[in-house]
Design a binder for this molecule. Structure first.
Ligand SMILES: C[S@@+](CC[C@H](N)C(=O)[O-])C[C@H]1O[C@@H](n2cnc3c(N)ncnc32)[C@H](O)[C@@H]1O
Length: 246
């Protein structure tokens, strides 16, 4: 019988990574129509999503300031046989108007980047200008309340108190609440069509328990999927995923 502890650590890490991205990937897949869509992945890094999207037959441009990430993206795209459908462009979100024609993009992925920019409202307007009319944005950000809780549970009580008052306090990215995101997107001309709670349990359940309990990883994934669309879980989620059209 395959027991979790018999499996190599790399396999267990891959399972955990799949659990973290499963809800978002399902939503992204649902946004993509037939092959040949024009997709831009802002801050797409090493291409974890971009290469999968290209694998479905779409044309993906990754805009990222990191040359190392773009080199890893090229390698990954080559290994997966989609190098002809993935283009890496070194640049910042603010450079988008010079890299992508206005009104030309079917889908923008902006995952883990909005909390890194100085002016999130301006960033959303910049993305909106790149989208074609009716084009979609897949936005993934850290969620403020869960970040406060995580700091407190780790014993960093002063840091938790600071973060409670200021979503940009301390190291790392700025976090957002669901209401704040909704307002930012609406003011930037988007219509929000879906908001998902992401990583509600995954960051809380100790890896050691998952490794010990046969079938626990599958049960955790099932639980994450079950709460993703329940609004009462948005405040508990480590991340919020929003689908919005422009
Ligand atoms: C947290 S990682 C997220 C990577 C990927 N999107 C994902 O979800 O796995 C943030 C990425 O954004 C890039 N980045 C940082 N600042 C950026 C900016 N101002 N504009 C575009 N990308 C940026 C980083 O180089 C990095 O690859």
């Amino acid at each position: 019988m395959d027991r979790p502890l018999d499996r190599p650590a790399a396999t267990r890490a891959a399972t955990r990574a799949t659990t973290r991205t499963a809800v978002v990937w399902s939503a992204v897949e649902g946004l993509l129509g037939g092959p040949g869509q024009v997709v831009v992945d802002i801050g797409g890094g090493t291409g974890g999503f971009a290469v999968r999207v290209a694998g479905l037959g779409h044309q993906v441009t990754v805009v990222d300031p990191s040359p190392d990430a773009l080199a890893a993206l090229d390698r990954r795209a080559g290994e997966q046989g989609v190098a002809d459908r993935v283009t890496g462009q070194q640049g910042d979100l603010a450079d988008l108007p010079g890299l992508v024609p206005a009104g030309s993009v079917d889908l923008v992925l902006c995952h883990g980047v909005l909390g890194l920019v100085d002016d999130p409202a301006a960033a959303l307007r910049t993305i909106g200008a790149a989208l074609r009319s009716g084009g979609a944005l897949s936005l993934l950000v850290g969620q403020h309340h869960a970040a406060v809780l995580a700091r407190a549970m780790a014993g960093h009580l002063v840091a938790a108190r600071e973060l409670l008052e200021d979503a940009a306090a301390g190291p790392g990215e700025r976090r957002f609440t669901a209401d704040e995101l909704d307002r930012l997107l609406t003011e930037a001309g988007y219509t929000v069509s879906g908001m998902h709670a992401v990583r509600v349990f995954t960051d809380l359940v100790p890896a050691s328990l998952l490794d010990l309990e046969p079938g626990a990883a599958a049960s955790l994934l099932d639980l994450e999927r079950a709460v993703a669309s329940r609004p009462e879980y948005l405040t508990l989620a480590a991340q919020l995923h929003v689908v919005a059209t422009h």
